[in-house]
Design a protein around this ligand. Sequence first.
Ligand code: MN
Length: 467
Amino acid sequence: MPEHLRAAIAADWEPAPAMPHPARPDGAPYAARRRAALSAQLPGQLIVVPAGGLKTRANDTEYAFRAASSFTWLTGETVADAVLVLSPTATGHDATLYVREFAQPGEVAYFTSRMHGAVWVGNVPSVEQTATVLALTTRPLAALADDLARYRDDEAAVLTGFDAGVDALLPRGSGTRLGQVLDELRLVKDEWELDRLRYACDVTARGFADVVRELPTVLGRRDLRGERWLEGTFWRRARLEGNDVGYGSIVGAGAHGTTLHWWRNHGAIEPGQLLLADMGVETDELYTADVTRTMPVSGEWTADQRRVYSAVLEAQDAGIAEVKAGADFLAAHRAAMWVLADHLHSWGILPVSAEVSCAEDSERPGAGLHRRYTLHGVSHMLGIDVHDCAAARHETYRDGTYAPGMVLTVEPGLYFQPDDLTVPEELRGIGVRIEDDLLVTRDGNRNLSDQLPRAAGDVEAWVRSLS
Ligand SMILES: [Mn+2]
């Protein structure tokens, strides 16, 4: 840019309009407690958790930014490029949040920076306002390299892989133990997180209702990708009352419901079909719901559809009944699988009994044969990530026990592929999954997504009344 133009563009600006910080101030004390819990796990060690940066989609366009989940869990911050540093002290750690300041009026980048110029992308909250809302000591990101220089030869705990710049500042940093510690701390949700998850489920229920209301618009329209229309309907609700969807919505009509991860959503919707919708709203604080309903789009099950649906519902009820503090994490899975295997056997599909198919000894002939139709486990943790806490050790998660404050899904399904010769013809192409989000309590569990109907008759009435 020629000098005369630089000078002209840099001159005569008021301060950029302030951008209020979007975080809920009531979250700050909870984030402080989470940082204290992490500090206690790694005494004497430098801990560095970056938010991560923008990822290129193509050329000069980027994907929508989403901060590293554990970074947001520890700070309440969701902005790109920020870095949380916990420096060891005699008694614990001092927390400092480094945030990127945008170019100010008077600097050319204010006008020219496509990624960090307020004229291009809007202003960011100031360092001072961020400190007030998040109740964290805050420094400009530009100071990070100097501040970390004295730790360069230390074995720091760094959440690696999110910010190459941070990884380069601490070449002896390792994220293996930190990632595990964080995911294990995240297994039990605090009351603020539970409030956010309840809200995510509430908005998700409204999004499902929106989708059912739109069924008449797309039903029988072979010229329309009805699944896409419904995906878009749900997404509008997610954007209106939350940040986004928490994962790519699965909207499968007819045989598409038998494809576990049907994300193409390019099918039309025909009268008489089932619709399987697996969708969840992510809140502005990045907590997500994960809910599946399967419904007869015309408001009435056929006898075969109802038979399969009722079996899955019975399996889900059996699984939910097992969710209570102290029980094995896999208890819900075992209970649900038994019910499904038993029905599959009684329908003549599974050649062995439930006892044989569900045998613990997986080497025993016949063991696991039901899995051809059930495909997946019935539970996973839920929180900031839809598949939350994946780095937790087996002994604390998969082979562990339920504890009060854990939130997990119970989501059995039956999937009769359209080309499966072991399935009676009338059942081929039927896919059913029912998924709810359960909070483990001292005396059992609470279903956070029970605003949506599950009983076969209630689902019919719901579809009829809305569409
Ligand atoms: Mn799920």
